[in-house]
Design a protein around this ligand. Structure first.
Ligand SMILES: [Zn+2]
Length: 660
């Protein structure tokens, strides 16, 4: 298994390199990522390449059994690129070029930038294609953090992209509803990229987001094509940003061998939402290519550009790392090896601090590396298998960002209410792309799935009728793929399968709360509806929760409808009490006949990996209290190399891995 650190030898004098390599070897490291921001070191002036320094450190590390992943360095532009080609900088909507000195400030339609990117990628690939210590490539860095560019070239490219998509102006005018506000276009050149997403035409905004995402994917593809042609024996990956949603990550992942991602779950005081967001992000990352992933940057210290996060507490560096393996990680790289003394990331603390002395964090990383090497044989050939899927859709995120309908409609918070309840129940979850085959899942949830093409609605309808259990909630299927509101009564094509009609809906602003009576328990429980309410009229569905306020009494809040061999659930509001979501998930799991491997106390996350005839149970204690978990007896507890009794003790932030 590959375990290591992100290393920036260009930050340190050459006489330190041997010491760093020795310390890495002693910690059990066997991989580094290098060069991702070292463009000016490799190409100090246009067309003149200097790889000697990089050859030397790759060799030093290689002699100690440490392999290298090289990053293409295109996320930070050398000053000479700007001196010679000022037009490669992003232009703001008011026509100003961004000032140089940040990173990620290039225009993606600039032919010059694309050529410079292609040349440095080709030069690196030529130089390292046969180096036995270089095993793979990372394209650029965290693609998608770029500001949008509004230069003449980007505008013209957007118009061309639209021409290619819609073919005729009449079709574009229809799809964008340009009879509103007198926006009917008479010529393609009249189309302007939108910059105020809460004021411009939402259809234009949606296509502009798609176009920007496509530009980023194309930029990466141009590098990948070079690497594939010249380096067929080295892998190509990219470091994604978990729940970042400005780029359609499914598309960005498509051309890669596997996905890697950068995990920073530590910010303020320890809380379960952060822990479960790290889990959800991991599941999203695994879902992009439906295969295991790498961690390319893992938290190893207090970090920030201006202000610091809190420090990972004793045991937490190990816990953060092992949690990702529970969700499908197969290798891990900590960021950074050593906190740099210069530049914008001086406060990003790594395994070593500024002083370079191995201390507490180094010792914990070394312990974690030993654990990961132990886990290797038990995890090989395994991945997460889930009976539950959540449909995860970038286009809905974008469209909801222009028109959330209620202020608190934050996509990951909406999904998180269900996801966290599923994790509390110890159930594995897959995050899936809209349109992906659902046949293997017993339960599918589609929270905040705002954009629903008719083909997707038909697929879900068939899924329910064939025996699947499905849940949708407020704002489901409001719009089609161009962002036009469907003319059918909501929930549109799913009305029969869900057994409801949504007659009206509203945001519950200014602190409005409705009372609901929920029937998921033996006796009715009173809950509080907040933020948003559909006025749901059941047609064939059973009412599992209804409103008690005088004007809402005819309407349902939560329904269940038997349809064919399956069942469709609909929740038309947000419920204040998290316990409601636990009860709802329990109901859904029972309905879908899904049971958890084991039950654990609150704060202990349970997940499993399986494959190649193996099944492995992870118990992750996210709390700072000692926890006792009942487990199957007589199994191998891998990290302690002990046989389990009927229960296991987990100290603060401890992790146990049991071979079932
Ligand atoms: Zn531009």
């Amino acid at each position: 298994m590959y375990v290591g650190a992100d290393y920036y030898p260009e930050h340190w004098p050459r006489n330190r390199w041997q010491t760093d390599a020795d310390l890495m070897q002693k910690a059990g490291f066997n991989i580094v990522r290098m060069a991702e921001f070292a463009w000016v070191n490799m190409e100090p002036e246009e067309g003149r390449y200097e790889f000697g320094w990089l050859d030397e450190i790759i060799e030093i590390l290689g002699k100690r059994g440490i392999k290298t992943i090289l990053g293409t360095p295109t996320a930070a532009l050398p000053p000479w690129t700007l001196r010679k080609y000022p037009e490669i900088m992003v232009q703001t909507p008011t026509g100003q070029r961004l000032t140089w000195g940040m990173r990620k400030h290039n225009c993606f339609t600039s032919g010059v930038f694309r050529l410079l990117s292609e040349r440095i990628t080709r030069a690196m690939a030529q130089h390292y294609k046969d180096n036995p210590n270089v095993i793979g490539w990372q394209t650029d860095n965290e693609i998608g953090g770029h500001p949008m560019c509004y230069c003449h070239s980007c505008r013209a490219n957007f118009q061309d992209w639209l021409k290619n998509k819609y073919k005729t102006l009449a079709e574009l005018n229809r799809a964008w509803g340009t009879h509103f506000w007198s926006q009917g276009f008479g010529d393609w050149s009249e189309i302007v990229p939108p910059d105020k997403f809460d004021e411009h035409n939402p259809h234009t905004c949606l296509d502009w987001k798609r176009f920007f995402s496509w530009l980023n994917v194309r930029f990466q593809k141009e590098q990948i094509d070079i690497l594939r042609a010249l380096c067929p024996n080295q892998f190509v990956t990219h470091n994604f940003m978990g729940l970042f949603s400005e780029i359609n990550y499914y598309d960005l992942a498509e051309d890669l061998d596997f996905v890697s991602w950068d995990n920073y779950p530590v910010s303020g005081k320890p809380d379960m939402t952060n822990n479960y967001n790290a889990a959800m992000a991991a599941d999203v990352m695994r879902g992009l290519k439906r295969r295991n992933f790498w961690i390319m940057e893992q938290t190893s210290g207090s970090h920030g550009w201006g202000t610091l996060s809190r420090n990972p507490r004793p045991g937490e560096i190990r816990k953060i790392a092992l949690q990702q393996f529970a969700h499908g990680a197969e290798a891990q790289v900590w960021f950074p090896w050593r906190a740099c003394t210069v530049g914008r990331e001086q406060y990003w603390h790594g395994i070593l601090g500024h002083d370079g002395k191995p201390g507490r964090r180094y010792q914990e990383a070394a312990q974690t590396a030993r654990d990961l090497h132990t886990l290797d044989e038990h995890l090989k050939g395994t991945t997460v298998r889930a009976d539950v899927a959540i449909i995860y859709d970038y286009e809905s995120v974008w469209a909801l960002s222009f028109q959330p309908a209620y202020d608190e409609n934050k996509y990951h918070q909406v999904i998180g209410r269900y996801y966290q309840a599923l994790r509390r129940a110890g159930i594995n979850v897959d995050m899936v792309r809209p349109g992906q085959d659902l046949a293997g899942y017993k339960l599918v949830l589609a929270p905040d799935l705002y954009i629903v093409r008719d083909s997707l609605a038909s697929q879900i309808d068939a899924y329910i009728r064939n025996g699947g259990v499905f849940l949708a909630d407020g704002r489901f299927a409001v719009k089609d793929e161009t962002g036009l509101c469907h003319v059918r009564t909501l929930p549109g094509l799913l009305a029969e399968a869900l057994g409801i009609e949504i007659e009206e809906y509203e945001a519950l602003r200014g602190g409005i709360e409705y009372q609901i009576e929920e029937h998921l328990h033996r006796a009715p429980v009173t809950r509080t509806a907040i933020h948003y309410a559909d006025w749901i009229k059941p047609t064939t569905a059973l009412v599992l929760a209804g409103y008690t306020d005088w004007h809402m009494q005819p309407y349902a809040a939560l329904t269940r409808n038997q349809c064919g061999k399956g069942a469709g659930y609909y929740l038309g509001t947000i419920v204040k009490e998290p316990a409601f979501y636990d009860a709802l998930i329990r109901e859904l799991l029972e309905s879908a006949k899904i049971t958890a491997e084991i039950t654990a106390p609150e704060g202990v996350e349970v997940s499993t990996r399986e494959g190649a005839g193996k099944k492995v149970l992870f118990l992750v204690n996210h709390t700072e209290q000692c926890q006792t978990v009942n487990v199957p007896a007589g199994k191998c507890e891998v990290l302690r190399n002990k046989t389990t009794g009927s229960a296991i003790e987990l100290a603060a932030y401890d992790v146990a891995v049991i071979r079932l």
